[in-house]
Design a protein around this ligand. Structure first.
Ligand SMILES: [Zn+2]
Length: 51
């Protein structure tokens, strides 16, 4: 299973909790689906920056 770093505090890992991924450090929470979109957009932006 892939574990993501928290996009808010960028320090702690997000912990899967029944459909959500949450950070116990800063109380950030995101659905797995929304996080997948975030990751894809982030990857697309960094790809464009390399052109
Ligand atoms: Zn956090």
């Amino acid at each position: 299973m892939k574990i993501y770093d928290c996009p808010r505090c960028k320090h702690h890992s997000l912990i899967p909790t029944g459909g959500f991924l949450s950070c116990e450090q800063c109380s950030y929470a995101i659905t797995a689906a929304a996080l997948a979109v975030e990751q894809r957009l982030s990857n697309a932006r960094s790809h464009d920056a390399q052109k």
